[in-house]
Design a protein around this ligand. Structure first.
Ligand code: G6P
Length: 605
């Protein structure tokens, strides 16, 4: 949700800033802009729409300079326009910002009295305006920026650049992530290490409340109380920051195809000869009475799937909640509760706030994350990486299946610790899991079938997804994927709930995707499928060979996946959820990797 990058470099920075923004574009793509200082003169270029528009603008109106900041925006305050695009500039100060300044109206009123009026509708502009006021009052640029940061309420990652200062940048972090990159006589800032990967692998993550003063050869960090502090400098694995489509047309299709590899990687990170190993301090499931799981979006559906696993396999009561609802309900967290947060980015504002609500109340805070350096990982007692690698497509795919993998391993560990799973059964499930990447590969071979079905789905105005048991959360994920990237209205229901209302929606124009492996609930799901067909509904049955043999002939279309044990079915049935959405979106001609109005990393409430 907004990406920022800053460079004090040795060479012209405009192309480097644009490359950094390209790697951050998944965070937002309403507009983009850069500002530089060239021979002491601050200037900027901004363009509405995708980053390519800024690149085009820079061809016609180049921007010279070896110091600069850049921004790619996901609009919060003020619509997408060139005026509202960052960097925001007031007098000698330019600022890029990720987050929300909650007290911007109060600040704006105060600044208006001092004769400084806003030119944009954004919250961010007040940061530049206030800093200018402080400079007008006689403060040096660094002090002026620090004094501004003191006044800000809300969440921010900020980078400041100043007219007349070619070797100075100020950065600050509260609630939104920010990384500093170290070069040889160069210094960088970025929303994440991925942005900085072409320039450096030496990264220092700012902590909550930190402010930093950068020159090309120095970095000074102060904490919220103003004390000078040391923060670790670490080397980032460059392969972890690779951002390319590897010959695929879209990041989403690359990430879908990568799943057998990353699933194998996630499994090998947790499986040993003797079973499942968690990093220290582990979890003593014999002492856990209740699990509270919280997440957003696709990660929420991973939690919802895991609820079935934890309850059925381990007999452990589980509550699952949407992060944006959780803390405002003020749920009591009783002793014996372990709180578990699932997040690809590890920076989702609502999930992080839910974690902070539970800190000090729950016995233990556990997170399942893709970014080990993220805020959610760092604020957890135990952070379990999912090893999915960088995920760029806004619609989450491989992160979902890797989240499911780690959550299933946790549920199995819980079942074993609580004496609900024999060693033999565990060994059997783990053997099936080890075989899953191969099975997933075989399922990927069915891509052409899903592509064909999608040509018809693309003609629909509304689509329903149905599932029972473990397939219910998968139906929800299928509907979410479809609406996210194809913009077709899609809803999911538990199959058994259909007759309590949604069945009224069924007519011959509504395709109904029924997720139904030949599992213990198959017959019941098929009865619900019959109810749909009896009302003219067009059923796309997603099943296995055994299921197709029973019900395939009656369906409008049938997609046959390889057979997997029931407990593993969510991992495999994620694939049709993803591919149906992908191919339908392609058929509709939408922007698959950057769907309208969405952003991948949602760092505002
Ligand atoms: C956004 C993304 C979703 C993602 C959700 C949660 O809405 O578009 O794909 O599932 O955020 O993100 P997280 O990083 O916490 O998993």
């Amino acid at each position: 949700m907004c990406g920022i990058v800053g460079i004090l470099g040795k060479h012209e920075v405009a192309p480097m800033l644009v490359e950094g923004l390209r790697r951050l574009e998944y965070r937002g793509y309403d507009s983009a802009g850069i500002a530089t200082v060239n021979d002491g003169v601050l200037d900027r270029r901004r363009a509405v729409g995708k980053l390519v528009n800024l690149s085009d603008l820079l061809v016609h109106q180049p921007l010279a300079g070896k110091s600069g900041i850049g921004h790619t925006r996901w609009a919060t305050h003020g619509g997408p326009s060139a005026t509202n695009a960052h960097p925001h500039r007031t007098g000698p100060v330019a600022v890029v910002h990720n987050g929300i300044i909650e007290n911007y109206k109060d600040l704006r009123a105060e600044l208006a009295k001092a004769g400084i009026d806003a030119e944009t509708e954004t919250d961010t502009e007040t940061v530049a305006m206030l800093t200018k006021l402080h400079i007008d009052q006689g403060m040096a640029p660094v002090d002026a920026a620090f004094a501004t940061v003191e006044r800000l309420e809300g969440a921010f990652a900020l980078a400041f650049l100043f007219d007349g200062e070619g070797d100075l940048m100020v950065a600050a972090r509260k609630g939104s992530p920010l990384a500093i990159g170290h070069g040889e006589g160069e210094m960088f800032v970025g929303s994440d290490a991925i942005a900085l990967a072409p320039m450096t692998d030496q990264i220092t993550y700012l902590e909550e409340g930190d402010r930093a003063v950068l020159t090309r050869t120095s970095l000074e960090i102060r904490d919220e109380a103003g004390r000078l502090v040391n923060r670790d400098q670490r080397t980032i694995r460059m392969d972890a920051a690779r951002v390319d489509k590897a010959g695929h047309k879209h990041f989403m299709s690359k990430e879908i195809a990568e799943q057998p590899t990353v699933l194998a990687g996630a499994l090998s990170a947790y499986l040993t000869q003797s079973g499942i190993a968690l990093p220290d301090p582990g979890i003593d499931f014999t002492k856990v009475d209740r699990l509270t799981m919280v997440a957003c979006g696709t990660a929420y559906y991973a939690c919802f799937t895991a609820k079935y696993w934890f309850e059925q396999l381990a007999g452990l009561p589980v509550e699952v909640d949407i992060a944006s609802e959780f803390r405002y309900r003020e749920p009591p967290i009783t002793p014996g509760t372990t709180a578990l947060f699932v997040s690809q980015s590890g920076e989702t504002a609502d999930t992080l706030a839910a974690l902070r609500y539970c800190a000090g109340k729950a016995d233990s805070i556990v997170s399942v994350v893709n970014v080990p350096e993220s805020s959610i990982a760092r604020e957890s007692d135990l952070a379990l990486p999912i090893h999915a690698g960088v995920e760029i497509g806004v619609a989450s795919t491989k992160a979902f299946t890797c989240q499911l993998t780690v959550l299933l391993l946790l549920a199995l560990k819980a079942a074993q610790a609580r004496g609900r799973l024999s060693d033999d059964r565990l060994t059997g499930i783990l053997a099936d899991l080890r075989a899953l990447p191969g099975t997933f590969n075989a399922a990927l071979d069915r891509d052409h079938v899903m592509k064909e079905v999608s040509q018809d789905l693309a003609k629909a105005r509304d689509i329903l997804f149905l599932g029972r048991g473990l397939m219910y959360p998968l139906a929800l994920e299928g509907a979410l994927k479809l609406k996210e990237i194809s913009y077709i209205h899609a809803e999911a229901y538990a199959s058994g709930e259909l007759k309590h209302g949604p069945i009224a929606l069924i007519d011959t124009s509504v395709p109904v995707v029924v997720m139904a492996p030949k599992d213990s609930l198959f017959e019941k799901t098929i009865s619900n499928m019959q109810e749909v067909m009896a009302r003219g509904g067009k059923v796309v049955l997603v099943t296995d060979a055994a299921g197709a043999a029973i019900a395939g002939d009656e369906a409008w279309k049938t997609i046959i996946l390889p057979q997997v044990p029931e407990v593993l079915s969510p991992l495999l049935y994620a694939l049709p959820a993803q591919l149906l959405a992908y191919h339908t979106a392609i058929a509709k001609g939408t922007d698959v990797d950057q769907p309208r109005n969405l952003a991948k990393s949602v760092t505002v409430e």
